[in-house]
Design a protein around this ligand. Structure first.
Ligand code: TYD
Length: 206
């Protein structure tokens, strides 16, 4: 089983993932948690190129292709082998992050980025994709509160971008209604966990 977690910043994804792992393990499932570039040496090298601050000349399409390349390597080297071994694979962000961030928020086009990613993944899709949906204002306030600070001017400037990300995630979810589950991430940790785990149980019990 392959489950991916998507959403904006401050959506509580990480907290929910930890509880889901604990619950699955207590029921005897072997679980791995991964995220791109997944600790694969080739993926790490690609990621370093994306994150290198010296690469100011990086074209947005180059960045999108590098994300897809890193994803390809992660899928082949880590995700597929684990699924083959019967493990439940949880992945913190996957191709839908590229669709929402590069395709939507960075204006490269969701369809275009989907095509690049379908090439990278050969169409291999998650069984469930959770969208942890939250108002960007609330997500950013949570992050600031965790860091023990006020929401600053930079955070506010970023708001418009985060609204675009959120809107794009909704478009993507509507494109793939079978695998997407939208979770109201403004709720408390218990409610969020219960809502997500219920969906996992439905698929496990099939
Ligand atoms: P990070 O702070 O590591 O993650 P998170 O918000 O999940 O805790 O940031 C990952 C950033 O990379 C996030 O802003 C989304 C972005 N991203 C893309 O733009 N495209 C992608 O394909 C992926 C996987 C991530």
């Amino acid at each position: 089983m392959f489950i991916t977690f998507e959403g904006g910043e401050g959506s509580g994804k990480t907290t929910a993932i930890k509880r889901i792992i604990a619950e699955l393990e207590s029921r005897g499932y072997e679980v791995i948690l991964t995220r791109e570039p997944g600790g694969t040496p080739i993926g790490e090298q690609i990621r370093n190129v994306i994150l290198d601050k010296a690469n100011t000349a990086m074209d947005p399409r180059t960045e999108a292709l590098l994300y897809a390349a890193s994803r390809r390597q992660h899928l082949v080297e880590k995700i597929l082998p684990a699924i083959k071994e019967g493990k439940v694979v949880l992945c913190d962000r996957y191709l839908d992050s590229s669709l929402a961030y590069q395709g939507g928020a960075r204006n490269l086009g969701i369809e275009e980025i989907l095509n690049v990613n379908l090439y990278a993944t050969e169409g291999f899709e998650p069984d469930i994709t959770f969208l942890f949906d939250i108002e960007p204002e609330l997500g950013l306030a949570r992050i600031a509160a965790n860091a023990g600070r006020e929401v600053n001017r930079l955070d506010v400037e970023k708001l418009e971008f985060h609204h675009k990300v959120r809107e794009s995630f909704h478009k993507v979810a509507a494109m793939f209604p079978k695998r997407f589950r939208i979770i109201d991430a403004s709720k408390g940790p218990d409610e969020v966990f219960n809502a997500a785990f219920q969906e996992i149980e439905k698929v496990l019990n099939k």
